[in-house]
Design a protein around this ligand. Structure first.
Ligand code: GCB
Length: 590
C-alpha cells in the first residue's frame, strides 16, 4: 500500500482537524447512523486520552467514536476514491454514512478502503470511525482486559508505556485513476562505482520508470514492471550524508501517462559479518536512542514540530541512529530520517510477550509465556500479519537498516523457538535484504536464550547499575562485562546495546553514586561506555531513552519513566552533555 501523494494524476485531501467524539457508553447501538450525541470534540491526529480532563475518558477501555463530515472534491467524478487512515490504535472500524467500509486490527500500521461506490464527487458524507483500545492475549502488543466489581473494564499490559489510543496519525481522502499503481518495491546495490536499483511495480498496464537525481536531472529510465536500473558513478545514501534519487513510476496508455507515483530512493547496502555492521561496505557504529512517540497532551499523536525538534536534538548530541521502540512510528518520521541520514532500527509492536517479567517483578510464580492462555498460535498469526504490514509499509526506506521483530520477549522460555522461528523466516522471506533481530531481555542469557542463533545481530537490553546492582557501578561493570563477553564468545555475531539507562530526576544531585541524580545517570552511562569499548564485536549503543515518557500508573514510576536523556519537554539532563562529547567524537564508525 503506497503512502498517498499528490501527483499529476492523483489528488489528496487531508482530513485532520477537530472531529466529533464520544466514548461507547455515551452512544446508542449504531453511532455511525447519525451525528454523535453530546458536544465533545477531539483533535486528530493525537491520542484522545490526555485531551480530556474526565478520568472516565482518559482511562476508558473499549470503543471510542470519531466523526466528521467530508466533502468529496467535485472534480473526482471519474476517479477511484480511497479513504486512508495512517493508524487507528489498536483497531478501527470505518463507516461512510451507514456503510462499513473498512476494519483493521493493529494500531500502528495504515489501512484504507476504496469508497468509490459509496461516495459522490461534489457530495458530502458522514465519516465515523470506531476505535478500540483493548489489548488481549491475541493482539500485538498483548494485554489483559478484566471486569471490575462495578462492571467497568480494566486494561493491564506488560509494556512500560501508557496505552495511548485513538487516531494518532493523519486521515486522508485521495484519488487515483481507475487504472493505478498499487505498489512499488526497490532494492539497491553497488557494482563498483555504479549503483543498482532493482524495482518491481504492481500495476495493470504498461509500466515505465524514470530515475532522477536530487537536482531533477534524468539519470536513467526503464520499461516494464520489473527491472534493474544502473546508476553510473552513484552518489550513495550514507549515514549523516543522505542522498536521495527519485524514481518516477508511470502507467502509460496509448502514449499518455495514465498514473504516476514518485518514490525517493537511497542507494545503499547493508551487510553483517561476525563482528561488524556494514553500511555501504563500511563498519557502522550505532550511537543514539530507543525512542517513543510521546509528548504531553498529544500522547502518541504525530507532530511535525516535535519531529523536527527531536531530530535537531539527535543531531546536536551526535546520535546517528534510533530504534522505533516499541512500535512502528509514523511514516513521516522515516521519510525525515531518509532525508537527513539518520539510521533506523524498525521495530514491531510486539512488546510485552513475556509473562516471566511479571513473575520476576512480583515474586509470583511465572506463568509460561508461550501457552494457550498466553502467546498462542493466534498471537503468532497476529504478529505475522503485523510483520507483513510493517515490511510492506517500510521496505523502501533507505534509513531502515534492520527489522527488530520483538522487544524483550521471553526468548529464554520453552516455546520461544517454536513461536519465533517461523516469524524470523517470514521476515527474511518478505525482505531478504535487511538483517533481523530481537531486543533481548535481561533474563535471556547467552546460555538459556533459545532464538539468538537465528538472528543476525545480538541486541541486548541490560540494566546493570539500575535494576541489578542498583547504585553500585563497580559491581554493575563486572556483571556487564561478563554478560557481554559471554554473548560475544557464544554466538560470534555483532552485538548492539539497544537499551541501558537510569531513571533521573532533573535537579537531583550528589557527590556519591546515588540513583535518580543527574550525576548517576552520567556516570552510569560512562561506565557502560568503558566496557563497550573493550568488546571487539560491539557495533553500537542506544541509550534508553531519548526523552522521559508516560507510563501506566504504578509504584515503580514517578510521573512516568524518567530514563530520558532529555525531559519529556526535551530539556537536556546533565548526561546529554557527556553523551554529546562522546558521540560527536565517535562519528559513524569507531
Ligand atoms: C525495558 C523495556 C522498556 C522499559 C525499560 C525500563 O527493558 O524494554 O520498554 O521502559 O526497560 O525503563 O524499565
Amino acid at each position: 500500500m503506497l503512502k498517498p501523494q499528490t501527483t499529476p494524476t492523483r489528488e489528496l485531501v487531508n482530513l485532520d482537524g477537530v472531529w466529533r467524539f464520544a466514548t461507547d457508553p455515551m452512544v446508542g447501538d449504531a453511532p455511525w447512523a447519525a451525528t454523535l450525541p453530546g458536544s465533545l470534540e477531539v483533535a486528530v491526529p493525537a491520542s484522545f486520552n490526555d485531551q480530556f480532563v474526565d478520568p472516565a475518558i482518559r482511562g476508558h477501555v473499549g470503543l471510542v467514536w470519531y466523526q466528521r463530515n467530508v466533502r468529496v472534491p467535485r472534480g473526482w467524478k471519474d476517479e477511484r476514491i480511497v479513504l486512508r487512515l495512517d493508524a487507528a490504535t489498536h483497531a478501527g472500524a470505518v463507516y461512510v454514512d451507514d456503510t462499513l467500509v473498512a476494519e483493521h486490527v493493529g494500531g500502528y500500521t495504515p489501512f484504507e478502503a476504496d469508497v468509490t461506490d459509496v461516495v459522490t464527487a461534489g457530495g458530502e458524507f458522514r465519516l465515523t470511525v470506531g476505535v478500540d483500545n483493548r489489548l488481549t492475549n491475541i493482539t500485538i502488543p498483548p494485554g489483559t482486559v478484566t471486569t471490575g466489581p462495578d462492571g467497568r473494564q480494566k486494561q493491564s499490559y506488560l509494556h512500560d508505556f501508557y496505552n495511548y489510543a485513538g487516531l494518532a496519525r493523519s486521515v486522508w481522502l485521495y484519488s487515483t485513476p481507475s487504472r493505478f499503481i498499487e505498489g512499488v518495491t526497490v532494492t539497491t546495490g553497488r557494482e563498483g562505482a555504479n549503483g543498482t536499483v532493482d524495482y518491481r511495480v504492481e500495476a495493470s498496464g504498461t509500466v515505465r520508470v524514470i530515475l532522477r537525481d536530487a537536482d531533477g536531472g534524468q539519470v536513467t529510465a526503464g520499461d516494464g514492471a520489473n527491472g534493474r536500473l544502473v546508476v553510473p558513478d552513484a552518489t550513495l545514501w550514507q549515514p549523516g550524508a543522505a542522498y536521495l534519487y527519485e524514481l518516477e513510476v508511470q502507467i502509460v496508455e496509448d502514449g499518455a501517462v495514465a498514473d504516476t507515483y514518485t518514490l525517493p530512493v537511497g542507494i545503499r547496502t547493508v551487510e553483517v559479518t561476525a563482528t561488524e555492521f556494514l553500511i555501504n561496505g563500511e563498519p557502522f557504529y550505532f550511537t543514539g536512542f530507543g525512542k517513543h512517540e510521546d509528548t504531553a497532551v498529544r500522547g502518541k499523536g504525530h507532530d511535525n514540530a516535535y519531529l523536527v525538534h527531536d531530530f535537531e536534538l539527535m543531531n546536536w548530541i551526535g546520535a546517528n541512529s534510533f530504534r522505533t521502540s516499541h512500535y512502528p512510528y509514523a511514516e513521516e518520521v522515516l521519510e525525515y530520517a531518509d532525508r537527513h541520514g539518520l539510521v533506523v532500527i524498525d521495530e514491531t509492536a510486539a512488546v510485552g510477550l513475556n509473562l516471566g517479567v511479571m513473575g520476576g517483578l512480583t515474586g509470583a510464580p511465572a506463568t509460561p509465556t508461550f501457552s494457550p492462555e498466553g502467546c498462542n498460535d493466534q498471537t503468532r498469526d497476529a504478529h505475522a500479519q503485523h510483520l507483513r504490514e510493517l515490511i510492506a509499509r517500510d521496505k523502501n526506506h533507505p534509513s531502515v537498516v534492520m527489522w527488530c521483530i520483538a522487544n524483550e520477549p521471553a526468548s529464554n522460555e520453552d516455546g520461544a523457538r517454536e513461536y519465533f522461528e517461523p516469524l524470523i523466516e517470514l521476515t527474511r522471506e518478505l525482505d531478504p535484504t535487511r538483517p533481523v533481530t530481537i531486543a533481548e531481555v535481561m533474563f535471556a542469557t547467552s546460555e538459556n536464550d533459545k532464538v539468538a542463533d537465528l538472528l543476525d545481530v545480538i541486541c541486548l537490553n541490560r540494566y546493570y547499575g539500575w535494576y541489578v546492582a542498583t547504585g553500585d557501578l563497580e559491581t554493575a561493570a563486572q556483571y556487564l562485562e561478563m554478560d557481554l563477553r559471554a554473548w560475544a564468545d557464544t554466538h560470534g555475531k555483532p552485538i548492539l546495546m539497544t537499551e541501558y539507562g537510569a531513571d533521573t530526576m532533573p535537579g537531583q544531585h550528589s557527590v556519591w553514586d546515588v540513583p535518580w541524580t543527574e550525576e548517576y545517570q552520567r556516570d552510569y552511562l560512562a561506565m557502560h561506555h568503558r566496557i563497550f569499548d573493550r568488546i571487539p564485536s560491539f557495533v553500537g549503543e542506544q541509550v534508553w531513552n531519548f526523552a522521559d515518557f508516560e507510563t501506566s500508573l504504578g509504584i515503580h514510576r514517578v510521573g512516568g519513566n524518567k530514563k530520558g536523556v532529555f525531559t519529556r519537554d526535551r530539556r537536556p539532563k546533565a548526561a546529554a552533555f557527556a553523551l554529546r562529547e562522546r558521540w560527536r567524537g565517535i562519528g559513524n564508525s569507531k
